[in-house]
Design a protein around this ligand. Structure first.
Ligand SMILES: Cc1cc2nc3c(=O)[nH]c(=O)nc-3n(C[C@H](O)[C@H](O)[C@H](O)COP(=O)(O)OP(=O)(O)OC[C@H]3O[C@@H](n4cnc5c(N)ncnc54)[C@H](O)[C@@H]3O)c2cc1C
Length: 303
């Protein structure tokens, strides 16, 4: 039994802390077994105090909107910190800078920046996660990328200490961020944009309509499962391998966009993971390219 399973947390956190919380409620694939502990903090101070009492060595998992997570059916050992709903401040702090807490949905950043006449921020509308997830993933869409706009970030470490780090301390590349210190969680970021007095909500609507035409938006998915290999597209390779519509258990390679795997028929996490492995194996055999997963796979297999 893990240390977290037998842990008795301090009573002051008990109204925000759930035991054996099914992660299927918190992932866009709607799969995933229970987390030992699931913490819904009040604010950043609450997070820092809480982390201070989590026993050393207990795994800590940061979760935003779970739109890039595959949690296995046996669940997550340790503690989940859920930022969505807690870290929700979004404020303009100078003519071009915006202070955003990690739980703010990216779509809200896009809409609010348009209202403030700032841009280019419309691309955030295409990312159905929080700013925290976008910082961890260097999420991007329609040619825009999260870290292009980061001035600095507020982070909290495993002792509960909060500090500000400059963007220059991080190395952000395509869907990957090398942080100076492992195991720090994002609490907020200062983002910088340009004045765009002509920015309009219509641009966001157009981008989303384009996306809806080519992707299975509305189905249960995690967006693109694989990153694009250099000079190519994962979707092209998967389609050329004849895998569109291929099904394993309740998981299916989307007929609309081959880099999406949808939970169409009551899939388990094991179905999804088996299909991911199958796609990787077939594409590698056919084209000699090993597709890397963009989705983060966590947790334990069912017993
Ligand atoms: C329909 C659909 C379309 C998508 N389209 C795109 C797209 O165009 N471009 C794109 O880049 N992505 C896309 N995604 C994937 C996903 O939305 C992004 O990766 C997003 O940034 C994940 O944010 P999240 O809050 O859901 O993170 P989660 O899925 O909750 O977490 C993802 C990772 O971020 C970490 N994390 C989350 N919050 C924090 C924090 N505060 N501190 C530290 N680490 C944290 C988690 O630990 C995990 O490793 C799509 C997903 C879906 C379902």
């Amino acid at each position: 039994m893990s240390a977290a399973a037998t842990w008795a947390p301090a009573p002051e956190f008990s109204d925000r802390l759930r035991r054996n919380e099914p992660m299927s409620r918190h992932t866009s694939w709607h799969v995933g077994g229970p987390a030992d502990w699931y913490f819904e903090p009040r604010d950043r101070t609450d997070i820092a105090a809480f982390i201070g009492v989590v026993p050393a060595g207990t795994p800590l998992h940061w979760v935003g909107l779970g739109s890039n997570l595959l949690v296995r059916d046996g669940g997550l050992r340790g503690v989940v910190i859920a930022t969505h709903g807690a870290l929700s401040r979004l404020e303009r702090v100078s003519p071009t800078a915006v202070d955003v807490e990690a739980g703010v949905p990216c779509a809200r950043i896009a809409r609010q920046c348009v209202k403030w006449g700032l841009g280019p921020a419309e691309f955030f509308a295409g990312i159905p996660g929080t700013l925290g997830g976008a910082l961890a993933m260097n999420a991007g869409a329609f040619g825009g990328e999260t870290w292009t706009h980061v001035v600095d970030v507020d982070v909290v470490d495993r002792s509960g200490t909060i500090r500000t780090r400059a963007a220059a301390e991080y190395r952000a590349t395509y869907r990957h961020v090398a942080a100076p210190v492992a195991d720090e969680g994002y609490l907020a970021a200062r983002l910088c944009f340009e004045p765009r007095p002509d920015a309009s909500q219509d641009e966001i609507r157009d981008l989303l309509a384009r996306r809806k035409a080519s992707q299975p938006i509305g189905d249960w998915s995690c967006g693109s499962v694989f990153t694009n290999p250099p000079g190519d597209h994962a979707a092209r390779l998967i389609e050329a391998a004849g895998l569109k519509g291929y099904r394993l258990g309740g998981a299916e390679v989307s007929l609309k966009h081959a880099n999406f795997i949808v939970n169409e028929h009551g899939a388990t996490a094991a179905d999804l993971e088996r299909l991911i492995a199958h796609v990787q194996q077939v594409v590698e055999t056919r084209f000699g390219v090993r597709l890397a997963t963009e989705v983060r796979i966590l947790g334990e297999e069912a017993a």
